[in-house]
Design a protein around this ligand. Structure first.
Ligand code: GDP
Ligand code: MG
Length: 162
C-alpha cells in the first residue's frame, strides 16, 4: 500500500513563486518527499513524459502542453505514502482550475478554464502534474529519476506512529 508517485511543479508554479506553499500541502498531509530536483526539459523529453496525451486529449492540446512544460524549469519530486498516487491527485484537484474544488491546489491557486485556454491555443495552466495511476507513476519515476536520486529515510510521522 506504500506507493511512490511523480509530482512536477510546472513552470507556472515556479515562476509564480508558489513552490513552497504547494510543497507544504503534501508535507502537511504526512506524505514524504523521497526525491527532488529542478530541471529545464526540452521537447524531446516532454514528449516522453506526455506520450499518451495526443490520443487522450488531441494533437492541439499536446502541442500547447509541450510549449508550456518547456517554457521554464520545473521542480520534479517523487512523493511517497500510503496510496500516494490517489492521495496526491486528491490534494492536487481536477485538471481544469475553473471547476477544481476549493481546498485543492488547482482550485485554490488558479482559475483558468478549458474554453479560455483552448481559444488562445495554450495549455491550461494548472500548476502541478501528478501521476494518474500506479503504472503511470512507475513509468514516470523511471523517466525522471535515477535510482541513486531517490532516498529512504524516516519522517517523524513514521517514527511516532508505527
Ligand atoms: P492531468 O492528469 O490532470 O494533468 O490531465 P491530463 O493528463 O489529461 O492532461 C495533461 C495536461 O494537459 C493538463 O494538466 C493540462 O495542463 C493540459 N490539458 C489537458 N486537457 C486540456 C484541454 O482540454 N485544453 C487545454 N488547453 N489544456 C489541457
Ligand atoms: Mg495526466
Amino acid at each position: 500500500m506504500i506507493e511512490r508517485t511523480l509530482v512536477l511543479l510546472k513552470p507556472d508554479a515556479v515562476s509564480r513563486g508558489l513552490m513552497g506553499r504547494i510543497i507544504q500541502r503534501f508535507e502537511d498531509a504526512g506524505l514524504k518527499i523521497v526525491g527532488a530536483k529542478m530541471v529545464w526539459i526540452d521537447k524531446e523529453f516532454a514528449k516522453k513524459h506526455y506520450f499518451d496525451v495526443a490520443e487522450r486529449r488531441g494533437e492541439k492540446v499536446l502541442a500547447a502542453l509541450l510549449n508550456m512544460i518547456t517554457e521554464g524549469p520545473v521542480l520534479a519530486m517523487v512523493i511517497e505514502g500510503v496510496f500516494a498516487v490517489e492521495v496526491v491527485r486528491k490534494i492536487v484537484g481536477g485538471t481544469e482550475p475553473k471547476t477544481a474544488v476549493p481546498g485543492t491546489i488547482r482550485g485554490d491557486f488558479a482559475h483558468h478554464s478549458y474554453a479560455y485556454t483552448d481559444s488562445k491555443g495554450i495549455a491550461i495552466k494548472n500548476l502541478v502534474h501528478a501521476s494518474g495511476k500506479k503504472e503511470e507513476a512507475d513509468y514516470e519515476i523511471k523517466l525522471w529519476f535515477k535510482d541513486n536520486e531517490l532516498h529512504s529515510y524516516k519522517t517523524v510521522h513514521e517514527i511516532h506512529t508505527y
